[in-house]
Design a protein around this ligand. Structure first.
Ligand code: F6R
Length: 353
């Protein structure tokens, strides 16, 4: 176990500097947005009837962000496709965005090739690898992201690169003010939640200390908070090396709540990710819904998004989750960065990691 207020031990356990990488998120977001705006050639969106975003794991999150934040403003549906096969509708009037940080993920490469064969408008988001190679062979738009990151930690480049490129294409409105606010909000939180800030004044360390070895169950309202909840889950898996689960309100009121029967909660912590843009009917359900796992013995933690626009609020939840998960891993004495199980599976399936 590592004492979260012993900064020297934290740094020693964090051998690959996940804390430092998370702290770069605001700068990465800014650089990603600029790279996206400069995409060349610009994706052609005239006449498209759907956007399909193909990616896995850390590279898929940018697609969820796009889907959840712009659903109320886009005239076309956005689907995130996490697998090698594309839906039947994908064809010449689909914009297919293939996103693989490494450029070597089998499922994403298969979706990219399938999209190309079907005549989709294709665009890639990658640091290189086979996807980068194929995209430049075909002359399709590529938003390049820098190498050297764990894919999940490259979210600033991937998500903001995607937003910039779709703004350049004319699919999204001008986002400069929203991006500025999100970058500032993330930078403010990075300072507030820094390793030097003691647990008593540091909400990310407090969450790590409160949950400890309890299994995290993350709740967020359908929309961008549900996307944040999934990000918390996967960061808990990969940075803290623990099982974790996520669910969306109000759907969980129709199933999960029944599972929190007497005595089942004692090894769990339920974290509710709240924001002030929740639909009023969903907001009104939270208190009564949280009472159910509380009565079952679960620890309950409620956190509130900060910032004004939805992009900043989502980013605030992501920064808090990334750092809480990283501190949870460090408190357990594990290096948050390596992902041996994923590497082993990729090697077993074949192809470079
Ligand atoms: C690793 C991670 C993984 C990868 C996934 C796909 O940090 O988060 O979920 O993102 O295995 O690999 P890429 O992103 O290279 O296509």
């Amino acid at each position: 176990m590592t004492d979260l207020d012993d900064v020297r031990s934290l740094r020693a356990t964090d051998a690959s500097d996940m804390l430092g990488v998370v702290a770069r998120l605001p700068l990465d977001a800014r650089a990603g947005y600029d790279a996206g705006l400069a995409v060349d050639p610009v994706p052609i969106i005239d006449g498209i009837t759907a956007v399909t975003y193909a990616g896995m794991g850390g590279s898929a999150v940018a697609g969820d962000i796009l889907r959840s934040l712009f659903r109320d403003r886009l005239g076309v549906p956005v689907e995130v496709n996490r697998g090698p096969q594309l839906p039947a509708y994908c064809g010449p009037s689909t914009l297919l965005i293939a996103s693989s940080y490494s450029g070597n993920t089998a499922e994403t490469l298969a979706a990219f090739e399938e999209a190309t064969a079907r005549g989709c408008r294709v665009m890639a988001l990658t640091s290189g690898g086979q996807l980068g190679h194929r995209a430049s062979q075909l002359g399709v738009p590529v938003v390049g992201v820098p190498g050297g990151y764990m894919p999940r930690a490259a979210l600033g480049h991937l998500a903001f690169g995607l937003l910039g490129a779709l703004e350049a294409a004319g699919l999204l409105p001008r986002l400069a003010a929203d991006v500025d606010e999100a970058v500032d909000e993330m930078a403010r939180l990075i300072t507030e939640l820094a390793p030097e800030v003691p647990t008593t004044a540091n909400p990310a360390k407090t969450i790590a200390a409160t949950l400890g070895e309890r299994t995290a169950v993350i709740w967020g309202a359908e929309g961008f908070a549900a996307v944040a909840a999934q990000r918390w889950r996967t960061q808990w898996n990969e940075n803290a090396k623990l099982p974790a689960f996520a669910a969306a309100m109000p759907e969980l009121d129709h199933n999960e709540v029944v599972g929190w029967s007497r005595g089942t909660g004692k090894h769990f912590g339920v974290v509710a990710l709240r924001h002030d843009g929740e639909h009023e009917e969903i907001a009104a359900r939270f208190a009564a819904s949280l009472e159910i796992p509380a009565e079952a013995g679960a620890e309950i933690v409620e956190v509130q998004a900060s910032g004004r626009a939805p992009l900043a609020q989502l980013c605030s939840l992501i920064v808090l989750g990334d750092l809480s998960a990283t501190y949870t891993g460090l408190a357990r004495g594990v290096d948050p960065s390596p992902i041996e199980a994923i590497d082993r599976l990729k090697a077993a399936i074949g192809g470079p990691a």
